[in-house]
Design a protein around this ligand. Structure first.
Ligand code: FE
Ligand code: FE
Ligand code: ZN
Length: 279
């Protein structure tokens, strides 16, 4: 069983997202917890949540993935932005408790010239301030392309963040195929080696989700421009190897490919299901 879905707009609520996922034969999806450019989150609608949970059970959905807004930067130079980031994450985690057992993914941050050590320290501090032993959500660090001063382009950087967090059992990693390729990990020609490296640096048991994207740019370009599946530098064959890899098969895959319509994602999901072999 291939667990796959795509990024969906959260503007009409959870039930609407669930129905969209069903339409395109997805059994998971990703959504922004609030406007990706920041701002206040919508009020929780308990009726909408209850209706969504019922649908998710009927349709045998797997776990879903919330994505933090892009304005969150736990290691900004500006203390005001750091405070705002912390509040947003704390509020998001509180809201996620209405959907227990799911995942919350965020971009570790950009250290904006303060250096990698300071960046890693500030990100760790944010996580320790907002995570709590009672939470039912696993917080995922996303692997980044290493664009500008981004933290998380190297597996070692994610490892160092995890080493500083007091609740490692509530942490995981989301591997973005476009980002790791752009960061210089050659998952087209050396997928096994990259997964071995991930395992020795981070531990494959922490790998909880995959953002499945092609990339517009070559390996090591540090650009972070997503392409449609099969239309970028990774190519369709390499992406099929990823979803069929014995060490990845059990995970769930989220498409963040550039489509304007639900049908575009639906076609991509059908294509990927056709190259998936039951293992
Ligand atoms: Fe992301
Ligand atoms: Fe991503
Ligand atoms: Zn990206």
């Amino acid at each position: 069983m291939l667990h796959i879905g795509c990024h969906l707009s959260a503007s009409k609520g959870y039930l609407a997202m669930g129905k969209d996922a069903v339409k395109i034969h997805a059994d998971t999806f990703q959504f922004f917890t609030r406007n990706p450019r920041g701002g206040k989150a919508k009020e929780i609608d308990e009726n909408d949540i209850a209706a969504f949970l019922k649908l998710a059970e009927e349709q045998r959905f797997t776990t879903i993935l919330a994505h933090a807004p892009y304005t969150m930067n736990a290691c900004s130079k500006d203390a005001g932005i750091r405070g705002f980031s912390r509040e947003m994450m704390a509020d998001d985690l509180r809201r996620m408790e209405y959907l227990p057992g799911n995942f919350y993914n965020f971009h570790p941050g950009s250290h904006v010239g303060q250096g990698m050590d300071t960046g890693i320290l500030l990100i760790t501090e944010q996580l320790n301030a907002v995570m709590n032993p009672e939470q039912h959500t696993t917080v995922l660090l996303e692997t980044m392309a290493g664009k500008g001063s981004e933290v998380g382009g190297r597996f070692e950087e994610l490892r160092r963040i995890m080493d500083g967090v007091r609740l490692p059992e509530k942490l995981g990693v989301c591997l973005d195929t476009c980002h790791v390729y752009d960061a210089g990990y050659d998952i087209v020609n050396h997928l096994d080696d990259v997964l071995d490296e991930f395992d020795s640096v981070i531990g494959l048991e922490y790998l909880k989700a995959v953002h499945l994207n092609d990339s517009m740019n070559p390996a090591g370009s540090h650009k972070d421009r997503h392409a449609k599946i099969g239309e970028g530098s990774l190519g369709f064959e390499a992406i099929c190897r990823i979803i069929n890899h014995p060490k990845l098969q059990h995970l769930f895959f989220i498409l963040e490919t550039p489509h304007d319509t639900l049908e575009g994602y639906g076609a991509e999901i059908a294509l990927l299901r056709s190259c998936h072999q039951e293992g």
